[in-house]
Design a protein around this ligand. Structure first.
Ligand code: GLC
Length: 738
């Protein structure tokens, strides 16, 4: 940055700080508390609510998207209240506003930060053009529990990948200048540890060590601070006995004192008043006290601040300085957004929502999110000239609502293009298509006419494409499942039709990893499309028929069975790790086997110790071989860097993209370290027969972790390093840090 820019930036910061202080000096305590209060949408705008705005009691509104209502409310705030402080308008714009990208977990499968940033940019433009200033995204919770419905909103199980992709979303939402009319403030949520909810049940207790918090859960949030995320959201969760919305260690010690964060923190919906339900606060006044004292600047939905802060300040329990700091944090974001300076509802010439460019971005996002899990006999891509009769079976073949997935408040179903529509368009009159819903809903349990019709459609066909999985409602907030098989009788239908000896392809739409160890035996090929959003249909059709190729890689581990959870790639070794020769499967145990005859290492008798599909896994239409790994040097000084090289060859039948991944292992640490850690990835396009040399760069700082004294350190010693196409990479070498 040149001197002038930094000088300008300093001036801007000084002017904002000056403007905040000048405004604060004029504000009454009631007006300050009003800035700290966010109101949930009102179906109709009452006179009482208008009056509350006039009195400066409403600092923010969420979930109102009617442009006329927003205009009126903002006009009242700007023109009829004493100080004219603008309202900041919030909305859950999680994976699109009206043009829907895949769910975040699906976007994460693209491992493409540039594309994710582009998708968030589309969302920001569409939301801003409706008067939205602030989205409650990205959700950068780490989760290793697919029972948890909100894993759909995460960017997966890995801190490094979540940090890179979460920052891409923040950049997409906020643009390069928050004050621009098509920028919206982002929100790093849910701070922190929400993804560790016990038993994968939403809102449940979170028991997490500080070491795990600092080494796994917090890094994406620290990355968000470094990316200048405008706001944070406190989680619902009870973290080790102290609910996040009253947790001074998180909100003050970590966020403010260690990270020097200068944005504002909003509670989650009612998470302040829920401090009473937690049994953490006796009443609303105590809940308000704990939340403000911990550092929650703005209260969402509940109004304990509005009802109690005046008394808490006047009684001396909360100093005015604390209130001033909360209000300053909020006003800073409003100034940064330009809300004081630009016209209340500056409808600059926004591009049309759902325009073709936006739809193409949604299609590309869907394309790169799709993961090829199985492709026996190279069944895919399908060749339409080899198909005479094609059965399209499943309730998700032609349902735009379902394919948009969870957190789709404003998504336009009518813009959705479904797989059935896209396949019909692609194969035209050349193929007889036999459509069967197969079940009333994805949860149907009792075999009915739908089941029989599907079997009949399959009998008439030489190729069958299934569109099965989860309806959108089966994932997302509070939608957790204890059994994560395909719901209902889906597996029975697959098994029945598998007996017909047809070519079978299964496309799964879901909001979470599913247990597919039974399912995968019933089909020749399997694509996992998550909930792919508005353009899921054309994306899936292009991959099925070879116009495009699958490149997605799993951002989360797929267990064989739910009893393995939590199962994830970057686990600790334990003192007795399982190996192939150290366990016997339950079905292979001899009768009256001796106590120690089946091995004493870390595995399940009935599941072994490996997942169904590991983190980073995804097949392609190419066939990639990694070979010849080498290093720039084998020994590096602390503070130095190293280059890791490997060669990659595509000896498959098709040109393709491979997402090459770099993993390391710190063999000995002041605390035990994971057996593998993702530290880099890159997209490599290879023509058939082509070989490329790829290079990764590592600095010793990239190997830092929090030790038993909670100090961030890189330690000397031996490190293993792998390059490969998933976390089971085997191409390995090692280096030393002196
Ligand atoms: C919800 C969610 C949070 C969301 C907020 C506003 O309960 O936990 O992620 O942003 O309330 O809808």
């Amino acid at each position: 940055m040149n001197y002038n820019e930094s000088n300008t930036e300093t001036t801007a910061k000084q002017s904002t700080a000056t403007r905040i202080n000048e405004l604060l000096a004029k504000m009454t305590l009631q007006e300050k508390i009003g800035q700290m209060s966010q109101f949930a949408n009102r179906t109709e705008i009452t006179d009482d609510f208008r009056e509350a705005i006039r009195q400066g009691k409403v600092g923010s509104i969420l979930n109102e998207v009617d442009e006329e209502k927003l205009k009126e409310l903002q006009r009242i705030a700007r023109k009829e209240s004493r100080l004219g402080i603008p309202i900041i308008i919030g909305r859950d714009v999680i994976h699109g506003f009206q043009t829907m990208m895949p769910i975040p977990l699906g976007q994460a499968a693209s491992w493409n930060p540039e594309l994710i940033e582009k998708g968030a940019r589309v969302a920001a433009i569409e939301a801003a053009s409706s008067g939205i200033h602030w989205t409650f995204a990205p959700m950068i919770d780490i989760s290793r529990d697919p029972r948890w419905g909100r894993i759909a909103e995460t960017l997966g199980e890995d801190s490094y990948l979540t940090s890179v992709l979460g920052n891409a979303m923040i950049k997409g939402f906020q643009g390069d200048d928050l004050s621009k009319s098509d920028s919206i403030a982002a929100c790093a949520k849910h701070f922190a540890g929400y993804g560790y909810s016990e038993a994968g049940k939403d809102y449940a207790y979170v028991n997490i060590s500080e070491n795990e918090l600092r080494n796994v859960v917090l890094p994406p949030f620290k990355a968000a601070v470094d990316a200048n995320v405008a706001t944070f959201m406190a989680a619902f969760s009870d973290i080790n006995g102290v609910p996040a919305s009253g947790n001074e260690f998180l909100m003050k010690n970590i966020l403010r004192d260690e990270w020097n964060y200068d944005g504002f923190v909003v509670s989650d919906w009612d998470s302040v008043i829920q401090l009473i339900t937690h049994g953490f606060s006796e009443n609303e006044k105590e809940a308000a006290f704990e939340a403000v004292n911990a550092g929650v600047d703005m209260e969402m939905a509940s109004h304990t601040y509005l009802h109690n802060l005046e008394n808490l300040v006047e009684s001396g329990r909360i100093p005015m300085e604390k209130i001033d700091q909360c209000v300053s944090n909020i006003l800073k974001v409003k100034f940064d957004l330009g809300l004081f300076d630009k016209p209340d509802f500056d409808k600059i010439e926004f591009p049309e929502k759902g325009n073709n460019d936006f739809l193409q971005t949604a299609k590309q996002a869907a394309l790169e999110s799709i993961v090829l899990l199985k492709n026996d006999y190279n069944k895919l891509p399908l060749e339409k000239n080899n198909i005479k009769d094609l059965a399209i079976i499943g309730p998700l073949a032609d349902d735009g609502f379902e394919q948009m997935g969870t957190w789709t408040f404003d998504g336009k179903e009518e813009w959705c293009q479904t797989p059935l529509q896209a396949i019909k368009e692609m194969v035209g009159e050349d193929v007889n298509i036999h459509v069967a819903r197969g079940m009333e809903t994805t949860r149907s349990k009792v075999k009915d006419k739908y089941f029989e019709e599907a079997v009949e459609a399959a009998k008439k066909s030489d190729t069958v494409i299934f569109f099965l999985g989860e309806e959108a409602i089966l994932s997302g907030e509070a939608h957790c499942r204890a059994d994560i098989d395909l719901p209902g009788y889906q597996n029975e239908l697959l098994e029945e039709i598998s007996k017909l000896g047809k070519s079978t392809v299964l496309v799964i739409m879901a909001g979470r990893p599913l247990t597919l160890s039974q399912t995968e035996h019933f089909v020749n090929a399997m694509l996992f499309a998550w909930h792919p959003g508005t353009m899921g249909g054309p994306a899936i059709a292009d991959i099925l028929f070879g116009k495009e190729y699958p490149s997605g890689k799993l951002p989360v581990t797929f267990p064989k069975m739910v009893g393995q959870i939590p199962i994830y790639y970057n686990q600790r070794n334990s003192g007795k790790p399982a190996t192939y020769d150290s366990f016997i499967h339950i079905d292979d145990i001899e009768p009256r086997a001796g106590q120690t005859s089946v091995g004493n290492t870390s595995f399940h008798l009935d599941a072994g110790f490996e997942p169904q599909y590991p983190f980073g896994f995804g097949l392609s239409y190419g066939h990639f071989v990694y070979h010849n790994i080498w290093l720039s040097e084998g020994v590096i000084e602390m503070g130095g860097s190293i280059e890791i090289y490997a060669q990659l060859t595509n000896n498959g039948r098709f040109d393709s993209i491979e997402i090459a991944q770099l993993y390391i292992r710190d063999l000995v640490g002041n605390v035990t370290r994971p057996i593998k850690e993702l530290k880099g990835f890159q997209r490599v396009h290879l023509h058939v027969g082509e070989t490329k040399t790829i290079c990764f760069h590592l600095h010793t700082d990239d190997l830092a972790f929090y030790n038993r004294h909670m100090k961030l350190v890189t330690e000397p010693g031996q490190f293993e390093v792998w390059v490969g196409g998933n976390s089971d990479a085997t191409l390995r070498t090692s280096f030393y840090i002196k």
